[in-house]
Design a protein around this ligand. Structure first.
Ligand code: HSE
Length: 437
């Protein structure tokens, strides 16, 4: 059978990896796909570098629009990123009847509904395994492997940069700023790491997983996003003493009131497998009603791990492109006319337990005053640790772990606590998740 022709938009790290792996494993991949998969054209601004990487095996252009209109191209791989020109190119490729494979989580989380509707109308496939957790086949697992289940929640370490930073902060007791500088020096963090450290990248990814898990449209604009920039090494240390680790988690959960969709630093029990995922690695736990908890672990970024996901999508498209569109796996796991309109809960309505750290005057009655404020807001306490004041100090750290409480109640309690004269400065609060059943 004649090869399927692929046009590659962007030959940076992932594009280069895709090219290399497709060449190296061409024979195995063709045995799986049923025919050869051949990159026939590459579009990149840096045509010289593109030529060097592809060793004259395909055509090189700096005009990406010519690729999405090329009648010879069956599948377009979009690895440009962002939602400017990438969106135009993807929509143009779809309009021209081409299947699209993309690693672009920002594009799908913010414009996925429009893109999937266009693809559906045109009868083409959009593969996006590489958009979430790099090489981990989490899209395939949630969309197909777990399709018997009513999915209850998903929690994931889905940003390697921040997991690397948190691991280093814990290991070395360093501040966020110090570790970020080191991560940038080593090339782990981007020169502009804003999307990573502010939780935006993880929010793009959990938005996609939420849509797949619950059969709802992408709703990135309703996600609650809090990054790790304000996290203090002190809290990582205290959490450790209490048997917890702090991870930046993307969480999506089904509740009777609606869907939770949030990214924030989270205390999780150190005994959970996911708490022990260190460095730049990614991991995702999916809780289904039939299967229970399943855990997926691997590299969430990098040339060949991400290429692994891109090529898996190429194989899927190659196998399925002649099938009747109605017989293909729906983009968001559920049939497009059966998506639910469950509301995404505002963060004030979300219930979690909390870690609170207060700096308090070291005098009798302090604990009683604090407990009274919490009791007035109907907040129960699970554990209290009072640290001894340092040598010559008359203030001490007080750590409280609460039972589950609606966020608006903890906010009200914290506002009252901060007004007490015995409480010095602001109260630090970090959400906790047991990640049990
Ligand atoms: N910047 C991402 C991370 C990788 O640090 O995990 C690509 O999604």
């Amino acid at each position: 059978m004649k090869p399927i022709n692929v046009g590659l938009l962007g030959i940076g790290t992932v594009g280069g990896g895709t090219f290399t792996v497709l060449q190296r494993n061409a024979e195995e991949i063709a045995r799986r796909a049923g025919r050869s998969i051949r990159i026939t054209v590459v579009a990149d601004k840096d045509t010289a570098r593109a030529k060097e990487l592809t060793h004259d095996t395909c055509r090189i252009t700096d005009d990406a629009f010519s690729v999405v209109s090329d009648p010879e191209v069956d599948i377009v791989i979009e690895l440009i990123g962002g939602y400017g020109v990438a969106k135009e190119l993807v929509l143009k490729a779809i309009a021209n009847g081409k299947h699209v494979v993309t690693a672009n989580k920002a594009l799908l989380a913010t414009h996925g509904n429009e893109i999937f509707a266009a693809a559906q109308a045109k009868g083409v496939m959009i593969g996006f395994e590489a958009a979430v957790a790099g090489g981990i086949p989490i899209i395939k697992a949630v969309r197909e492997g777990l399709s018997a289940n009513r999915i209850e929640w998903i929690a994931g370490i889905i940003n390697g940069t921040t997991n690397f930073i948190l691991s280093e902060m814990r290991d070395k007791g360093l501040s966020f700023d110090a570790v970020l500088k080191e991560a940038q020096r080593l090339g782990y963090a981007e020169a502009d790491p804003t999307f990573d450290i502010e939780g935006v990248d993880a929010a793009h990814k959990i938005t996609i997983l939420s849509a797949l898990a619950f059969g709802v449209p992408m709703q990135f604009d309703k996600a609650y996003i809090e990054g790790i920039t304000k996290l203090a090494a002190t809290d990582i240390k205290y959490a450790e003493q209490l048997g917890y680790r702090i991870k930046l988690l993307g969480i999506t959960k089904r509740t009777t009131a609606g869907i939770e969709l949030r990214v924030h630093p989270t205390l999780i029990p150190a005994k959970r497998l996911i708490a022990n995922v260190e460095g730049a690695m990614n991991a995702v736990v999916v809780q289904g009603d039939a299967v229970g908890a399943t855990l997926y672990y691997g590299k969430g970024a990098g040339a060949e791990p991400t290429a692994s996901a891109v090529i898996a999508d190429l194989v899927d498209v190659t196998r399925m492109h002649t099938a009747d569109p109605e017989h293909r796996v729906p983009h968001l796991a559920f049939q497009p006319d059966r998506l639910a309109d469950l509301p995404i809960l505002p963060i004030e309505e979300v219930q979690t337990s909390f870690y609170l750290r207060l700096r308090v005057q070291d005098e009798p009655g302090v604990l009683a005053d604090i407990m009274r404020v919490l009791a007035d807001e109907k907040i129960s306490i699970d554990a209290v640790i009072q640290k001894e004041p340092g040598e010559g100090e008359d203030e001490a750290d007080l750590i409280l772990l609460t039972h589950r409480v609606r966020e608006k109640h903890i906010n009200a309690a914290i506002a009252k606590l901060e007004k007490l004269t015995i409480v010095v400065g602001m109260v630090t609060r970090i959400r906790m998740e047991e990640l049990g059943k």
